[in-house]
Design a protein around this ligand. Structure first.
Ligand SMILES: Cc1ncc(C[n+]2csc(CCOP(=O)(O)OP(=O)(O)O)c2C)c(N)n1
Length: 325
């Protein structure tokens, strides 16, 4: 079982704080019309899931992401400046400004794509895992998806094949309780999505997705199992989406009372409290991390601002794989 060293705790904290800072800046950009709000799906409140899962991964492992994917990519090691440039449609962005928020990725860090098609990643991750096996590596593929996506046919196809072939995949359901405006109880009959694992004879675990340490421990177990040939796991993390489904969403399907409960779920505040109470880190240390992250985000914004606009003449060469880079 991995130990919670000071280094690990600080890493988890820094990742969550970077995701929060990045997302809040993007939200501000959406409000001021600097990026289109209906294209932007933020993960404020959900930071513990990507931070905990990706800390259990190696650099050469893969992640497959969703329309709500900034946090996944940051947690896997992507640079915030190139991400911000991508969201602003600039040439220096990870996809040269053509992917934007919903299709941003960085293969350098093992990102096999964010995806606007709900549930698409559930069949991409087993493919990446099969490729790792055929190439004789021990890489693992993690698939992030939402509670809504767990009703897609791809969920069942992906889990079935991964279980049958014992592929090294970890299916991570970020259960924020809503598929767009539809509450989970109105779109599926089961409370715990992890119970669906039983149908495929794989382990199914539900963890408190506000608690980064709990997420990390469960993910470490599932990743290790996958890497050593044990096959896939379905890991459900219950979490909370603080913003609307996208930034232009009125979010009128959730009551004021429900929204008032969000701060009590804050994964960053939760870790801060534990750090102090359990002596894992000091207030001064956490403050230092926060100011480092704030500087990093400011630099990322300046970089995105100053970057070149892409040239439309290059577009044709970017359509096909192997096209001119
Ligand atoms: C195949 C498909 N169906 C419907 C949509 C429209 N859509 C976009 S996001 C979304 C809800 C997804 O909910 P969930 O999987 O729980 O992820 P969350 O947004 O909560 O992170 C829907 C229905 C889509 N993009 N793709």
């Amino acid at each position: 079982m991995p130990e919670f060293s000071e280094e690990l705790v600080i890493r988890l904290y820094k990742t969550m704080y970077t995701i929060r800072g990045f997302e809040e800046k993007v939200s501000e950009y959406a409000r001021t019309g600097m990026v289109p709000g209906f294209m932007i799906h933020l993960s404020v409140g959900q930071e513990a899931v990507p931070a905990g899962v990706c800390a259990a991964l190696r650099e050469d492992d893969y992640i497959v992401s969703t329309h709500r994917g900034h946090g996944h990519l940051i947690a896997k090691g992507a640079r915030t400046d190139r991400m911000m440039a991508e969201l602003k449609g600039k040439e220096a962005g990870y996809c040269r400004g053509r992917g934007g928020s919903m299709h941003i990725t960085s293969v350098e860090v093992g990102g096999l794509g964010a995806n606007g098609i709900v549930g698409a990643g559930l069949v991409i991750a087993p493919g990446a895992a099969l490729s790792a096996r055929m190439r004789g590596t021990d890489q693992v593929a993690v698939c992030f998806f939402g509670d809504g996506a767990s009703n897609q046919g791809t969920f069942h196809e992906g889990l079935n094949l991964a279980a049958t072939w014992k592929l090294p995949v970890v299916f991570v359901c970020e259960n924020n309780g809503y598929g767009f405006s539809t509450p989970q109880r109105a779109h599926q009959s089961i409370g715990r999505i992890s119970r669906r694992a039983e149908a495929y004879e794989m382990p199914g675990i539900t963890v408190n997705g506000d608690d980064v340490m709990e997420v990390f421990l469960a993910a470490s177990w599932a990743v290790e199992r996958a890497r050593s040939g044990g096959g896939p796991t379905l890991l459900e993390a219950t979490t909370c989406r603080w913003h609307g489904h996208f930034e232009d969403d009125d979010d009128d399907y959730r009551s004021a009372e429900e929204k008032a409960t969000f701060p009590a779920h804050d994964p960053i505040a939760l870790l801060e409290r534990r750090c102090i109470e359990e002596g894992l880190s000091s207030t001064a240390q956490l403050e230092r991390i926060r100011s480092e992250v704030e500087e990093e985000i400011a630099r990322a914004c300046a970089f995105a601002e100053e970057s070149e606009e892409p040239s439309p003449e290059d577009d044709a060469g970017l359509v096909f794989a192997g096209g001119e880079r």
